[in-house]
Write a protein that binds this ligand. Sequence first.
Ligand code: TXA
Ligand code: MG
Length: 325
Amino acid sequence: MTDVLSPSSSGLAAAGLALQHGRLVAFPTETIYGLGADATSDAAIALLYATKGRPQFNPLIVHVASADEAAALVEVSPWAEKLMLQFWPGPLTLVLPRAEGCAASLLCSAGLDTLAIRCPAHPVARAMIDAAGVPIAAPSANRSGHVSPTTPQHVVDEFAGHDEPSLVLAGGRSPIGLESTVLDLTGDRPVLLRPGAVLASEIEAALDTTVQIGLGDPNRPNAPGQLLSHYAPAARVRLDTRTPAADEAYLAFGPVHQIQAAHMLNLSEQGDLQEAAANLFAHLRALDLPDIKCIAVAPIPEVGLGIAINDRLRRAAAPRDQART
Ligand code: TXA
Ligand code: MG
């Protein structure tokens, strides 16, 4: 059984010690819960891949408590510096060249000469990184291919019956509910690898340059955010419908009338995209019931946070025979 600890000073000290000993700690961030490991330890990162059941070729995000800590790991370009100043701490991950003498395990980079780095805003995440005293590699704290966790209970449910993290730091619900925006800054143009709460339009305004919407270079390992089937519940997912069948579960958005679905949850009755993002993964989990074969989902407007929500929904609905991470 995984220990679930409150982030008191003793809980944080226990988490820091566990991480220093190469163990795994699940922890809250403002986006989703992460499964943390000492990014400088090959053994800890190997354990992380094994526990997650993740294909080795998918690189990891390394979490730091400040831009200064990032500068020891990656080459901070002028664009990167600008974005760190404006959006850190917060839900923006930057892919940058590994710095000379970068202490992060090469396994974090999965064979690339780049490293993804993020400075989370959640106070528990920050306190835990400080307590560990090392950068923390952390993918979403779910088994590979599943829906990302936004509560401590989701994490416990994910690993029940499998190899479990040593402990879970409980920090309530992740307020944003969607993984960070991932931006590749290694080329001559910024490339958005995964949409998130920091919008491409905000990045363009900050850098005064256009952001390419990345489908990725087929010769490079894909971001899991780019693999088609991902974030998938056990039930099938059917998108863009206002008329669920009577035996389907319905994930609604905005006001609903005369819906006959077997079960229904609303992402946001007011049609608020921020509220919808925060509810998305928890509602998908809640509707993924043994008697439900299909979750029908209402149309979500493709604007602002809706872009990231639709990205996750399309992957949840993708055919399952494609590689999942
Ligand atoms: O919000 C988040 O980012 C959460 C929390 C825990 O911080 N973490 C997260 O990690 O979502 P994960 O491993 O589920 O997603 C990492 C994303 C993937 O799309 C991965 O391919 C991409 O970042 N990535 C990591 N390193 C990369 C690299 N060197 N080059 C390109 N993409 C990279
Ligand atoms: Mg993930």
